[in-house]
Design a protein around this ligand. Structure first.
Ligand code: NAP
Length: 266
């Protein structure tokens, strides 16, 4: 069976890497690109052209769904777009595989319920890199014993949202192991707002944005007289592709929405 895939964000950095990667698999076919412009054109790499050898562009979701009948919507767009696209896909029984960051916890809860009520499988994966998922898992395990944690996530300076979806997901996973408590000195004062970063459940999160970076995260776990640092670096977008392929195949077997690739990588 060939898995039919529509990509939202096919012209983007992740989208172009995904189009290239998915063409290598015989059981997958990219059948459509969902865009906000370029109706009737075709995606070729980062460009929209009239060369029909590319991926056909649709700006209307109903038309895309009815004409190209995808099994999967691979969502790689922006925080403003992703929720609506997921909602539309689920309405048609199209399984969302979502890499786009910036969904709020409330949105994730709502869309998970909507998918589950409709028995449509899917995944929201803050990070498709298998190494990054292992970094999160190891950090969560370690926080049971070393419960004072700070996270430094670093990304390229074109990233719109902060903190990263990976950082907030790491905190979510840590919460399952770490006893909730406020870290640092009880009378701590910030003389410059933001100096201590954001706080979730007492865990401090710091976001670095610089040209030259791609996606990096360090989890620092401190205890008396010792520090454990767990670090992951993505150097190239190719690191996300095996996770995307794994997720697409996996959600074809599901009828519920999962949050995080760690539910697939046991
Ligand atoms: P990007 O290069 O900016 O690509 C986003 C693409 O989406 C652009 O081509 C943009 O078009 C297009 N777009 C914007 N609005 C749209 C709409 N309404 N419908 C369809 N397409 C639309 O960004 P990127 O680096 O590829 O990243 C995409 C997303 O993936 C981000 O949220 C990023 O944080 C996330 N990400 C996830 C992972 C992961 O492992 N989960 C890894 C890396 C990145 P214009 O350029 O014309 O606006």
């Amino acid at each position: 069976m060939t898995i039919r895939i529509a990509i939202a964000g096919a012209r983007g950095r992740m989208g172009t890497a995904a189009v290239k990667a998915l063409t290598e698999f015989e059981d997958m076919k990219v059948v459509a690109a969902l865009d906000y412009k370029g109706e009737g054109l075709f995606v070729h790499g980062e460009s929209l052209t009239d060369d029909a050898n590319g991926i056909p562009v649709y700006t209307n979701f109903d038309l895309l769904a009815n004409e190209t009948k995808p099994d999967i919507l691979l969502e790689l767009t922006t925080p403003d777009t992703v929720y609506e696209n997921m909602h539309r896909a689920i309405t048609y029984g199209i399984r969302p595989v979502v890499g786009t960051s910036g969904l709020s916890i409330k949105q994730i809860e709502e869309i998970t319920k909507f998918a589950n009520d409709n028995q449509v499988g899917g995944i929201i994966a803050p990070n498709f890199s298998i190494g990054a998922v292992l970094m999160m898992k190891f950090a969560a395990m370690a926080s049971r014993y070393l419960g004072d944690v700070e996270i430094i996530e670093s990304h390229h300076d074109q990233k719109i949202d902060a903190p990263s979806g990976t950082a907030t997901k790491t905190v979510d996973m840590i919460k399952e192991y770490r006893k909730s408590h406020i870290q640092g000195h009880p009378d701590e004062k910030e003389h410059l707002p933001g100096a201590r970063g954001a706080s979730i459940d007492g865990i401090r999160l710091h976001s670095v944005r610089l040209p030259g970076l791609l996606a990096h995260q360090e989890v620092l776990l401190g205890s008396t007289g010792e520090l454990l640092t767990i670090r992951h670096d993505s150097f190239d977008r190719s690191c996300f592709m095996p996770g995307i392929v794994m997720a697409i195949r996996n959600v074809m077997e599901r009828n519920e929405l999962i949050y995080g690739l760690e539910h697939i990588i046991e």
